[in-house]
Design a protein around this ligand. Structure first.
Ligand SMILES: *Cc1c(COP(=O)(O)O)cnc(C)c1O
Length: 233
């Protein structure tokens, strides 16, 4: 294996972009947590990012994630985030092997994760995925159905409802990007007004993290601009 860390430079660039966006939004003193999205990339690249201080990693596919986790057990303080669609038959392994789940979009999945979260682990930190642009093809709860889902999830003792996540449709310009993220922020504020203690807005990826931070993102999920292009979508 090469001794050259190929992740250090792109990771530093993404970190600088985040800092600039926080400053531009006059959110001085606030931190935006970077989730390094490592789907399709091998464990040795995650280890390189880890060597640079990165601790939060996001994965979309359970089997692939479990294989990498097995290779990286020495890096015990990695925080694993599950950010992909969740099938019922995968909930047990997800509940056991991740600290955060960003992609809960229906009651049945939440119930199963709650039942299957091992007792010796802290509650799962969860975000509800919202289908912010009402796209037929995309997962996520609709804004209309969000309050009902939040109510159910907030009552599950092994899940801690932290906030909202979205993957907006691709937009042409930063104004359009911001409008989508503002909608998600508005939905979070609405939940806060209903009395929920939620503090997390998981929004912004390689192409739109500046717009997301301008609209209040507390976590951005960045893959391509850290690890390079993925071989297939
Ligand atoms: C792949 C993925 C990302 C990262 O996207 P990039 O454009 O590669 O930065 C973020 N969030 C989710 C849910 C993803 O599936």
């Amino acid at each position: 294996m090469s001794m050259i860390n190929t992740i250090a430079d792109p990771l530093a660039k993404v970190t600088a972009r985040i800092q600039q966006a926080v400053a531009a939004a006059r959110r001085n003193g606030e931190t935006v947590r970077l989730i390094a999205v490592s789907k399709t990339h091998p464990a040795n690249l995650l280890a390189q990012a880890y060597a640079c201080g990165q601790r939060d990693f996001g994965e979309n596919y359970l089997q692939e994630a479990l294989e990498k986790q097995a290779e990286l057990t020495d890096l015990a303080d990695i925080v694993w985030h599950f950010i992909g669609p969740i099938q019922s038959n995968k909930t047990r392994a997800i509940a056991k092997n991740f600290a955060w789940i960003h992609s809960i979009d229906r009651e049945k999945i939440a119930q199963r994760l709650n039942e299957q979260r091992p007792d010796d682990l802290p509650p799962l930190q969860v975000c509800l995925q919202v289908n912010i642009d009402d796209e037929n093809t995309k997962s996520g709860v609709s804004l209309a159905e969000l309050p009902a889902l939040a109510k159910v999830v907030s009552q599950l003792p092994r899940l801690q409802l932290r906030g909202l996540m979205a993957v907006p449709a691709a937009k042409d310009n930063i104004q359009q990007q911001r409008a989508g993220f503002a909608k998600l922020h508005g939905a979070l504020v609405q939940l806060q007004q209903l009395g929920y203690t939620v503090d997390t807005l998981s929004m912004g990826m390689s192409g739109d993290l500046e717009a997301a931070i301008a609209e209040g993102a507390t976590m951005v999920r960045v893959g391509t601009d850290i690890f390079g292009a993925r071989a297939s979508a």
